[in-house]
Write a protein that binds this ligand. Structure first.
Ligand code: AKG
Ligand code: FE2
Length: 330
């Protein structure tokens, strides 16, 4: 595992990056195939998930080491990238194009996404979003080009995932199955650790006060807005951030100016990850926001396709919201 700058990253990028060697790739492919073949072959099945949890301990040691370091400290960017994962791009079916598409079958890429997520923490989903599926498809959907959701293809505003939700994910995982053929679609990631340095002290002060409101995203059915909240919480020197530049509104004029400052700082500090097949990025959802640049889908079955997972680092904290101790939050 290296702490390095790849040619596709900003020169001062500091992300945990693990590129699997050929033998690690083979080992991971064998493990994922074994999991994919484990009965009943369904991602959301408790027995299958129990097998996945155990088997995730057999991922290559460098991956487990990176996961351990990332959980201790997600770094300046809040990103962990594992590259060279098996997704068998040449054997993939056509990219789905239906709204709210999810992956319930234990395919090889779904098994990889779950194995990786299980090493970071506890995989989670929300019953009110994408039918509570643990592995979701991030694909462009015809007619939803302009939507501020992962089905759109116009610029997607920087956001904390499910910012309105009191039990939002701690990390978001994005595994690339098929890249954008024009490599225009970039996942933007920006951390408050970088953006904070660009903000005047008085702006930071306003962001620390409960002067903001956040509505649920379009993907969430029937969620209620969060009560007035601060955008920056916790340590003043190394805060957590809760904001969605599409869904968060300022409750007064001064707060509005502060929010605009924050957006500018995030954009200035943002990195663009153009994910390639077999690359999985984890974004720390407590100290980083993410979004997406615009791209042009053709809806011909060869558009960009990612699997998305959510991770909680403390399973127990959400117990009161998970029926039957499962992985789906009510
Ligand atoms: O398409 C992307 O790169 C990210 C989309 C997104 O924000 C999400 O799926 O949560
Ligand atoms: Fe997102």
């Amino acid at each position: 595992m290296t702490l390095l700058t790849s040619p596709r990253q900003a020169p001062d990028a500091e992300s945990l990056l693990v590129t699997l060697s050929e033998s690690e790739h083979r080992e991971t492919a064998a493990l994922a195939r074994e999991l994919a073949a484990t009965p009943p072959g369904l991602v959301d099945d408790p027995q299958w998930l129990a097998a996945a949890r155990r088997m995730s301990c057999r991922l290559p040691v460098r991956v487990r080491e990176a996961a351990r370091l990332y959980k201790h400290d997600p770094g300046r960017d809040g990103i962990l990238i594992v590259a060279g994962l098996p997704v068998e791009e040449e054997r993939l079916p056509l990219t789905p194009s239906k709204a709210e598409s999810v992956e319930r079958t234990a395919t090889l890429p779904a098994a990889v996404a779950v194995l990786m997520s299980m090493q970071i923490g506890e995989i989670a989903a929300y019953r009110a979003e994408k039918s509570g599926a643990l592995v979701q498809n991030v694909v462009p959907v015809p007619g939803q080009e302009e939507s501020q959701s992962n089905a759109g293809s116009t610029p997607l505003e920087l956001h904390v995932e499910n910012a309105f939700h009191p039990r939002r994910p701690d990390c978001v995982g994005l595994l690339c199955l098929r890249g954008d053929r024009n490599t225009n679609a970039g996942t933007l990631v920006s951390s408050i650790r970088r953006a904070l340095e660009l903000l005047p002290a008085d702006v930071v002060g306003v962001l620390q006060e409960e002067r903001f409101s956040t509505a649920p995203p379009p993907s969430f059915r029937g969620g209620a807005s969060a009560p007035a909240h601060a955008v920056l919480t916790g340590s003043a020197a190394d805060p957590d951030v809760v904001v969605d530049f599409h869904a968060t509104t300022a409750n007064d004029d001064e707060a509005k100016v502060a929010l605009e400052h924050l957006r500018t700082a995030f954009l200035e500090a943002a990195r663009t990850l153009v994910l390639r097949p077999g690359e999985m990025a984890f974004v720390d959802n407590r100290l980083a926001v993410h979004g997406r640049t615009a791209y042009t889908p053709r809806y011909d079955g060869h558009d960009r396709w990612l699997h998305r997972t959510f991770v909680h680092l403390d399973h127990r904290r959400t117990r009161g919201h998970r029926t039957g101790d499962g992985d789906v939050l009510d």
